[in-house]
Design a protein around this ligand. Structure first.
Ligand SMILES: Cc1cc2nc3c(=O)[nH]c(=O)nc-3n(C[C@H](O)[C@H](O)[C@H](O)COP(=O)(O)OP(=O)(O)OC[C@H]3O[C@@H](n4cnc5c(N)ncnc54)[C@H](O)[C@@H]3O)c2cc1C
Length: 327
């Protein structure tokens, strides 16, 4: 079964309303692209530009001169050729969750290639792999796979682009049981700097595949499609526990002494600190127990009791759940 664009949220935006004159005035280097594909280039004069141009990091005020929303691989190829010919800077975006806005550096006079609409998801008959678009985000992937009894590790947040997340390493609540995002990339279709498309997998361009699995995201080209490893869906126990500031020293001491040295393989999580209203700083323990194939969640529930017994533990939530990215 293939999930079409229309069935997934946030992938469709109105086609660009810009005219050839607009492009000629704002970014003449993209005129040849406009002549081939007139409705995929957005600049500040288009009403949806403000929605699709900002960085996830609100401190980043730079906006690209133009965003090209690729609806198919040939749009990426044509854009790469156009920006190369015009000598324009460009950057790549899928989920848009680059925390520091690094892909916005120098883009004020350049082009953002937005792959978000390349988001089809197709699970193989044997459910051991799936072919997904280069703009697929974690939440859509989790839902689509889950509905077919399949699973693959994703990050903690549903908006994370699989591309940016996996090629940057890709940790998350399943990492200790299943490995990182990079471990799950079996192959890609990628548009290279000259606009050509190659397949990198175990039989083709193995050196490129090796680079894509750990040498960073966005360096080697624009990935339009991934083939990724999938599994039968595991059982999950997910929760979070918060601690007030007065308890932090005792919690950390207990953690270092009794929890950290014997972390079970099924346990993944995060500890983070926040101070939403600047009055009540809290420490949060995100708890994720991913049962191994054939196991139930009893050991996870037992282990959660250990977290619950830490000084001042205030359980925010705990429950068994389907394979879903946590919001
Ligand atoms: C709220 C939040 C939660 C997070 N949680 C986790 C987590 O649990 N685990 C974790 O490992 N990381 C986490 N991160 C970090 C996140 O995985 C990285 O910032 C990642 O790069 C974001 O990917 P993206 O595709 O969403 O971002 P984007 O801004 O779209 O892209 C980031 C970079 O990836 C490259 N890229 C994007 N799409 C493509 C493509 N199609 N082809 C080639 N290169 C591409 C580009 O170089 C771009 O600069 C989190 C970040 C945030 C903001």
């Amino acid at each position: 079964m293939e999930f079409k664009l229309t069935e997934l949220p946030d992938t469709q935006i109105p086609t660009s309303s810009l005219t050839r004159d607009d492009i000629a005035k704002k970014i003449p280097g993209l005129l040849s692209l406009y002549d081939e594909f007139p409705h995929i280039i957005y600049t500040a004069s288009d009403p949806v530009f403000e929605t699709i141009s900002p960085s996830f990091n609100r401190g980043t005020t730079t906006r690209p001169l133009a965003v090209v929303r690729a609806l198919e691989e040939s749009h990426v190829q044509a854009t790469i050729k156009a920006v190369q010919a015009a000598g324009l800077q460009f950057a790549i975006r899928s989920g848009g969750a680059e925390l520091e806005g690094r892909n916005f550096r120098g883009i004020g006079s350049g082009v953002m290639i937005d792959t978000r609409s390349l988001c089809s998801i197709k699970v193989a008959e044997d459910k051991k792999s799936a072919v997904i678009g280069g703009g697929t985000i974690a939440g859509d992937l989790a839902l689509a796979l889950s509905s077919q009894g399949a699973f693959t590790p994703v990050g903690w947040h549903p908006r994370l682009g699989y591309a940016g997340w996996s090629m940057a390493g890709g940790y998350g609540m399943y990492a200790s049981s299943y490995g990182l995002g990079v471990d799950h990339i079996l192959g890609v279709r990628i548009v290279l700097a000259d606009g050509s498309v190659v397949v990198a997998d175990e039989n083709n361009h193995q050196d490129l595949l090796w680079a894509l699995r750990g040498a960073g995201n966005g360096i080697w080209g624009v990935v339009t499609q991934f083939t990724i490893k999938t599994y039968p869906a595991p059982k999950l126990l997910i929760g979070s526990v918060k601690f007030a500031k007065k308890d932090w020293p005792a919690v950390m001491a207990e953690w270092v002494k009794n929890i950290e040295p014997n972390l079970p393989e099924e346990l993944a999580g995060d500890i983070y600190f926040r101070n939403n209203d600047l009055e009540t700083p809290e420490m949060n323990v995100l708890f994720a127990w991913c049962a191994k194939e054939g196991d139930d969640l009893q050991r996870g529930w037992d282990y959660f009791e250990k977290i619950k017994s830490l000084p001042g533990a205030d359980v925010v939530r705990i429950g068994e759940c389907e394979f879903l990215a946590v919001d």
